[in-house]
Write a protein that binds this ligand. Sequence first.
Ligand code: NAP
Length: 264
Amino acid sequence: MAFGMSQRKEVAVITGASSGIGLAIAHVLAEKKTDLILTARRRDRLEKLAEELKQKHGIRVDIIENDLARPGSAQDLFNKVQAIRKDVSILVNNAGFGKQSAVLDHSIGDVRDMVQVNMMAVTELTWLFGVEMRKQSYGRIMQLASVGAFQPSPMYAIYSATKSYVLSFSYAMNSELKGSGVSVTSICPGFTESEFHEVAGHKKTAFMKASTMTSRKVAEISVRAMMNRSPKVIPGLLNKINSYIMEGMPRAFSTAIAGSLMKK
Ligand SMILES: NC(=O)c1ccc[n+]([C@@H]2O[C@H](COP(=O)([O-])OP(=O)(O)OC[C@H]3O[C@@H](n4cnc5c(N)ncnc54)[C@H](OP(=O)(O)O)[C@@H]3O)[C@@H](O)[C@H]2O)c1
């Protein structure tokens, strides 16, 4: 039996499965005998992971190479998934990235890509798969937000705002879907070991190193919350405490604190 008392074969699409949290979520779901459709840009990594998971767990694993920064790529991904199988019951919207920079020092390309990957693609995929899940009265969607969702974050202004958007729309959508058999769970990790900070060009400070969680731990907490249909989870006690304080604080203070933690 895959999950609890359910007899249903779970089938999950995971975006950003080639590294970090998405890769760890693939392992956790594979251990629960969930069939997987893995997607990211780095095909070689997906192929290697798919082979490993098939051999270890005897599940079906398909891969789709896709660049979510390209407008229209969410629809393409959905079409490719539908051509493979129509029984997707889990969508993990994990792909995302940030760059440590003041807004006007980003390239316009990075600005477009961040908004496209972190917001547009997430919203489109949620709608496309959500409509199918609602027809089946069954499904779960996991959204990777961030503790950055709780306050404006100088030097990560656009990234942080995209995560506020993800948390806000996902939380509201979960409320709309109450009783439908479909749920949306937002995950708000703090610093997590992955390739995120390398991609962001962010040198880790002592505070970051001390409060970093492993991708595996974040994945376990996230999958549990999604299976329980929780609206939101903040992995780790320190992250929970920090987020509640930041969210409740006047914006000028939380922005100043985030700015001092995120400065180069
Ligand atoms: N690490 C943290 O401290 C932290 C904290 C809070 C929230 N998060 C969020 O957690 C999620 C996962 O990040 P991570 O920490 O695991 O970072 P990561 O190791 O850099 O993984 C990011 C994943 O997203 C994929 N991706 C990036 N751009 C893409 C694109 N244009 N098209 C398709 N896939 C793309 C990457 O695959 P390819 O490069 O192969 O395409 C990779 O698999 C992100 O949404 C991130 O914002 C991370």
